[in-house]
Design a binder for this molecule. Structure first.
Ligand code: ATP
Length: 234
């Protein structure tokens, strides 16, 4: 479904991704893990069309979307849950969700999709009229994910959904991500929370200093001594 070949992204003269290649099969829940500054947000930004690739290509459902602007990525069926959630905090939860479904196909199905996301996150039902900024961190993350789903994406990109959340809430969040995937949405997750990301994912890539250094099944990667040493503090 997604084929990323030799992707290079730079900030001015500073390269952040040095030829990243990865694939995602339809229906997959894939994670890219790596330390702070590895280039995870840069990768997600390029896959959402927010950052221009300096080299390489991004093919989604057979179409080369590398040079398209961000709204064309959205039209193609890719939605982003950005790091730090980026909600419109002064607007209500309902308004935030509606902003996720501005494109015609999504807008036509708005009522139905709204019911689906509220079924996924029932806690948001009684918060629809509240300003998003008044919600707890966990609820705000739910709104951010729900807003992305309102676009009815085929591929959901999640940038560090666990950031700043308590362990219990993180567990709930990953359970919801699993359910979204089981409902037919392909998911690409980038995370510093390696243990949790590996637990929910079907396959994983390890990104370090802008390069993919390992790829495989989570349990195989977690069994490698160098992964245990660097990421699990073993
Ligand atoms: P984090 O978990 O801290 O977000 P990350 O893995 O997402 O880390 P990126 O944010 O993608 O990493 O950063 C990758 C590299 O690009 C880092 O060296 C970072 O300093 C650099 N970088 C990121 N954003 C910019 C920017 N706007 N301008 C210049 N350099 C940047």
């Amino acid at each position: 479904m997604l084929d990323v070949r030799d992707l290079q992204v730079a900030y001015g003269a500073a390269n952040a991704l040095w030829g990243v290649s990865l694939t995602l099969q339809r229906g997959e829940l894939l994670c890219v893990v790596g330390p702070n500054g590895a280039g995870k947000t840069t990768l997600i930004g390029a896959l959402a069309g927010m950052l221009r690739a300096r080299g390489g290509r991004i093919v989604f459902d057979g179409q080369d979307i590398t040079q398209r602007p961000a709204h064309r990525f959205c039209e193609a069926g890719i939605a982003l849950v950005p790091e730090g959630r980026r909600l419109f905090t002064g607007m209500t939860v309902q308004e935030n969700l509606e902003l996720g479904s501005l494109l015609p196909q999504a807008k036509a199905l708005r009522r139905q999709t709204m019911a689906q996301v509220l079924d996924l996150f029932p806690a948001l039902k009684e918060k629809l009229a509240s300003p998003a900024g008044e919600l707890s961190g966990g609820q705000q993350q739910m709104v951010a994910i729900a807003r992305a789903l309102m676009a009815r994406p085929r591929l959901l990109l999640l940038d560090e959904p666990s950031l700043g959340l308590s362990p219990r809430i993180v567990g709930d969040m990953f359970a919801a991500i699993r359910r979204i995937n089981a409902d037919g949405v392909s998911v690409l997750l980038v995370e510093q929370n390696v243990a949790m990301a590996m637990e929910v994912s079907q396959r994983a890539y390890v990104l370090e200093e802008g390069r993919i250094v390992a790829e495989g099944l989570p349990h195989e990667l977690l069994a490698r001594p160098e992964i245990q040493r660097v990421y699990l503090g073993v």
